[in-house]
Design a protein around this ligand. Structure first.
Ligand code: PEP
Length: 262
């Protein structure tokens, strides 16, 4: 079996949860529980209000900071929006783009995803671009077609170099916050497809280095078999990331599967 070179990558999307003191405490617990978990990338993604606080709590550790969204202009009369340079200035290295809640509740489209991903790269941030089908698309056998559309429109025009900084998160919408997880086989089918498409567009080397995360009701109990699939490089975690032990448990399980391959 080919040994994978991509180390586990686990990001926790805290969504619209936690006031400052709670956010600081959770970040501190994760740093403490996760210390010594080398060979993995761990990213905390709190709401905008807690970015600076969480940034302070993880300073000096291996844990990285990310934001949940950005606007594509650098500055201006865009009330309520936050730009890439502002996030970079706050200590972010990553930003989610096109999360299914943004697409479903706030009208985000593949076109806005492309603009935001480009703005993130311009600001020196790595976009974590989310793609995934809704249940009707899966049941109708249109999953891969939907993913192809999202990749073509959301990442269109990116160079090979850009792609080296983009993380992709496959999140079947029917699995987000529902307790229903894609089986390892279902997830791997889509991950392998995404990697194949990246190979066709950006070359085999870019495809084999690309980080492709799975998201959708990931917990410590289901993360090990998912990570055993060769194209699943880690997880975007929602609900379970609000519990330090659960979140670090997912990182540990991914690392266990990774090390067993070596
Ligand atoms: C998410 O918000 O990206 C997510 C995957 O949520 P959950 O883990 O709660 O399904």
């Amino acid at each position: 079996m080919a040994v994978r070179t991509r180390a586990p990558f686990v990001a926790g999307n805290w969504k619209m949860h936690l006031k400052l003191a709670e956010a600081a405490e959770l970040a501190r617990k994760i740093v403490e529980a996760g210390s010594g978990l080398q060979a993995s990338t761990v990213v905390l993604i709190p709401p905008f209000t807690a970015l600076a606080t969480v940034g302070g709590a993880v300073a000096g550790s291996e844990v990285r900071l990310g934001a949940q969204d950005l606007y594509w202009e650098d500055q201006g009369a865009f009330t309520g929006e936050v730009s890439g340079p502002m996030l970079e200035d706050t200590g972010c290295s990553y930003v989610l783009v096109g999360h299914s809640e943004r697409r479903q509740l706030f009208g985000e489209t593949d076109e806005t995803v492309a603009r935001k991903a480009r703005a993130a790269l311009k600001a020196g941030l790595s976009p974590i671009v989310c793609v995934g089908e809704v249940l009707a698309e899966r049941d109708g056998g249109r999953t891969l077609e939907r993913i192809d559309d999202q990749l073509a429109r959301g990442l269109g025009g990116f160079s090979r170099e850009d792609m080296g900084r983009v993380v992709i998160a496959y999140e079947p919408v029917w699995a987000i916050g529902t307790g229903r997880t894609a089986s390892p086989g279902q997830a791997e089918e889509v991950h392998a497809h995404i990697r194949r498409r990246l190979g066709e567009s950006y070359g085999n080397e870019a495809a084999s280095c690309a980080i492709i995360l799975y998201g959708g009701s990931v917990k410590p109990a289901n993360s090990y078999p998912l990570f055993q699939e060769k194209d699943i490089d880690g997880f975007l975690v929602g609900g379970a990331s609000l519990d330090a032990d659960g979140f670090v448990g997912i990182v540990r399980e991914a690392l266990r599967a990774y090390r067993e391959e070596k």
